[in-house]
Write a protein that binds this ligand. Structure first.
Ligand code: ZN
Length: 481
């Protein structure tokens, strides 16, 4: 039997609040210079008192409720003591033995295709440390700079049970988690560094390895895949897997053992004396959740007739789901079938290929394209061409033409001599009527007229008769008639 892979994740997400967790400093620091969003509290100056940001607790509770967790009657902040240059106070305010919430689960699509529940251990709230910028490369760095703009940004840490069985399931868990957080309006995945992952990974029966600080969605799957191969190779050679912490080197796609002294921490946790315990149980009951990804997926299937796969893709990203609904708004019954296919199967691929954000595309333009396709004015092949031209123009910030303008401009309309569509119709007509082909070969004049009629029907009379006759005669000739 294949070795069983066991994966658990610890996910740190920045909550998208306006100000930091314990002070009034703005969290909108990314376009500003280093150490410009700081005050005595987040700089950890002696005597500065933390004041809890109510909004960040509300955001964390929304997440706990959406993930089916149990919010504890009383939770507590603790000091986690350690020294590192990005941690100015020499302790991090976090939650330890009394976290905000425990239990809960997130449903993902399993590798076998069904739904599976990934159980959660806990969710707690903590402050982000600052950020170190190493000058020079890793081997020959001369010095490091520290930026405390990030220090004190509210984080939630979501800890899962070791319920995932492959890197793919881990990626699905993160995608679903990201979608859920975005639906809750508590998280902005576009912000750099807004999500960081530590992964625990083992092969059943062997020691567990922790891979620290993976900072991208793609990185998680890569790091896990590398680590599984490494562990399996060790076991195959009769060696054992050491219980250790490893770092993921994103640029090289490998994990590397952390020095052993980094592993043996004694954080000397104790309750944070400057903050009172949190009692939020009654508050959490009053929180009303918005429609979440699973509910929206069900609605897309019921309301728009989307297939499970299309509904899953479209609702797996808040912006995409909103985009789809904007595209079909004017005529849901008429447009949703085609729109789902064109957005989920074609548009996403073309955007990924260009590394282009959906924000650059006007829903109205896609509506127009889908209407043109629905009215059968162009072929699917032309549809893809129109879409590609449109995206390329948007990407270059040229004055974007509308799909209708592109169709006219490139003469793609079936009525104006789209020989591609006529050729397709001819091929179909011949393939569907082998008897007519035989009759034509046998010299029966009626056979040609019959085929012309079939092609006309397929192109809804939009094929130019002269072009049709010429192409049909050529097609018959290539078949030896
Ligand atoms: Zn501050």
């Amino acid at each position: 039997m294949e070795d069983q892979v066991i994966i658990g994740l610890e996910v740190h997400c920045q909550l998208d609040t306006k100000s930091k967790l314990f002070c009034g400093c703005s969290t909108d620091y990314r376009s500003d210079g280093p150490n410009t969003h700081v005050c005595p509290v987040c700089l950890g100056l002696p005597g500065a008192m933390p004041v809890l940001n109510k909004r960040s607790i509300e955001y964390a509770m929304r997440v706990a409720k959406a993930l089916n967790c149990m919010v504890l009657e009383e939770s507590e902040f603790s000091r986690k003591n350690y020294f590192y240059p990005d941690l100015d106070k020499a302790y991090q305010i976090t939650q330890y033995d009394k976290p905000l919430a425990e239990g809960g689960y997130l449903e993902i699509e399993s590798d076998e295709g069904g739904e599976k529940k990934v159980q959660l251990t806990r969710i707690h709230v903590e402050e982000d440390p600052g950020r170190l910028v190493h000058m020079g490369n890793a081997e020959r760095g001369k010095y490091s700079l520290v930026d405390y703009n990030r220090a004190g940004i509210p984080l939630i840490e979501i800890v899962s049970e070791p319920d995932m069985r492959s890197p793919k399931e881990a990626r699905k868990f993160l995608n679903k988690l990201r979608a859920t957080l975005e639906y809750l309006s508590v998280f902005d995945s576009d912000k750099e560094g807004s999500l960081r992952v530590d992964a625990n990974i083992s092969i059943k029966g062997s020691e567990r390895v922790e891979v620290k600080n993976i900072t991208s969605y793609k990185g998680v799957e890569k790091a896990l895949t590398f680590e599984i191969t490494r562990q399996k190779n060790l076991l195959r050679r009769g060696q054992k897997v050491d219980r250790e912490t490893r770092h993921f080197l994103e640029a090289r796609g490998v994990t590397q053992s952390a020095r052993s002294k980094e592993q043996e921490h004694d954080y000397r946790y104790f309750p944070e004396p400057d903050l009172r315990p949190l009692r939020v149980k009654s508050w959490v009951d009053a929180i009303v959740l918005p429609e979440l990804p699973d509910a929206r997926r069900g609605r897309f299937m019921a309301q728009y007739g989307c297939s499970l796969n299309h509904a899953r893709t479209l609702t797996g990203d808040l912006k995409l789901a909103n985009f789809f609904e904007q595209v079909v708004r004017g005529d849901p019954a008429g447009l949703s079938g085609l729109a789902a296919t064109w957005i989920a199967d074609t548009l996403i691929g073309e955007l990924n290929y260009r590394d282009m954000s959906l924000d650059r595309v006007e829903p109205a333009a896609v509506t127009e394209l889908v209407e043109i396709l629905k009215n059968d004015l162009i072929t699917d092949k032309s549809g893809i061409e129109v879409l590609r031209i449109m995206l390329d123009q948007c990407l270059k910030n040229e004055s974007c033409e509308t799909p209708a303008a592109i169709v006219t401009h490139l003469n793609l309309g079936k009525t104006t001599g789209d020989t591609g569509a006529i050729t397709t119709a001819i091929e179909e007509a011949i393939n569907e009527n082998p008897k007519a082909l035989d009759d034509y070969r046998a010299g029966k004049a009626g056979a040609l007229n019959f085929l012309v009629g079939q092609v006309m029907k397929k192109t809804r009379g939009k094929a130019d008769p002269g072009t049709l006759n010429r192409l049909l005669t050529e097609a018959l000739k290539t078949r030896g008639a």
